[in-house]
Design a protein around this ligand. Structure first.
Ligand code: KG4
Ligand code: ZN
Length: 317
């Protein structure tokens, strides 16, 4: 039985995973707290994690019908993420592991997102090509084993989720607006505006151009026109982002001869992306955005540090 903690950004999460089966996965999102600032404020996030981490662990244990006596391994995200936020989870995980004489597994957050595919009831097995698209990352990964992956491409500026969030903000949809923008596109014309899809060399992505194009389009409309065409703007903007993601993902799959494609991270929840890559495996919706079950899943494939050697372990931003 693995008890995992995830506090790398603005979700405080604890999960219990037993033999690849999720027994509980409690996620407390701070999104509302950060909404009025239009983005995550690191110090506010750290303080909120500090308040939430104990109750969230207690709730995860209760939901699983377990106690700390049942836990064999403590797992925790050690990076990448907001350093203060990570340190809260790491200190808490060390405290539990040390207090119980348990080993500790340090987990890379990106490995966690990929490992969201390795949980029951129908785990995906490597090899596959993985698109990891979240608020912080846009990566193409060649996955050949459970324990790791090779990076084939990344974004040279904004992450895909960040592009969704910034676009949503320009359209007055609040923060984080990716899901709201996705909903608004249903009423819009994806060909209403011709937004560019950036073409950078290799298998990398760039989303700053399309964001600027949206900014200019919004600026050139009167308040009434903007209101009338908001859905068209959203649909055209989303279409450009999804086209870029799909094109590069298919190119990456071809370059490594991958027969299967998987999509993970918050943007994997996007309806147009799911339709465009219909043959791909998508992480289950509750495991797309940040959560501790995916960290527990990855922990099964990393080297655990025996008690009490993890005490000097550090997080990385
Ligand atoms: O994986 P995640 O929780 O955070 C990071 O690890 O960064 O992903 C959150 C991101 C946000 O940018 C959010 O707007 C985006 O995923 N997102 C979506 C959708 N649902 C969440 N983006 C587009 N369409 C959606 N339906
Ligand atoms: Zn994430």
């Amino acid at each position: 039985m693995i008890l995992a903690l995830e506090t790398s950004c603005d979700e405080t999460s604890a999960a219990l995973v037993d033999g690849g089966r999720v027994r509980s996965n409690v996620v407390s999102s701070q999104a509302d707290l950060h909404a009025r600032y239009g983005g995550v404020v690191p110090e506010v996030a750290s303080r909120r994690h500090l308040e939430l981490v104990s109750p969230v662990v207690r709730e995860a244990l209760a939901e699983a019908g377990a106690t700390l006596d049942d836990v064999d391994l403590v797992a925790v995200t050690t990076g990448p993420g907001l350093i203060g936020a990570l340190l809260v989870g790491l200190a808490h995980a060390k405290g539990i592991a040390f207090g119980r004489g348990l080993p500790l597994a340090p987990v890379d957050h990106l490995h966690g997102h990929v490992a969201s595919l390795y949980l029951g009831p129908e785990p995906l097995e490597p090899p596959f090509l993985c698109l990891l698209a979240s608020g912080g990352h846009t990566l193409l990964l060649d996955v050949r084993e459970h324990s790791g992956f090779t990076r084939l491409g990344t974004t040279i500026d904004d992450a895909a989720g960040e592009a969704f969030d910034k676009g949503a903000r320009l359209l007055g949809l609040g923060y984080p607006g990716g899901a709201a923008l996705d909903r608004l596109t249903r009423e819009g014309d994806p060909q209403g505006f011709g937004f560019p899809v950036a073409r950078v060399p290799g298998l990398d992505f760039s989303f700053s151009g399309v964001k600027t194009a949206l900014l200019y389009a919004v600026r050139d409309l009167s308040a009434d026109e903007l209101e009338a065409r908001r859905a068209d703007l959203a649909a055209s903007y989303q279409a450009a982002i999804v086209r870029a993601l799909v094109e590069r993902t298919l190119a990456a799959a071809e370059s490594v001869g991958a027969e299967r494609i998987a999509v993970v991270g918050g943007v994997a929840a996007n309806s147009e992306l799911r339709a465009a890559l219909a043959g791909a495996t998508f992480a289950p919706l509750p495991l797309c955005t940040d959560n501790a079950a995916m960290i527990a899943s990855a922990a099964r494939f990393v080297e655990r540090i025996p008690y009490p050697e993890y005490l000097p372990l550090d997080a990385h931003a």
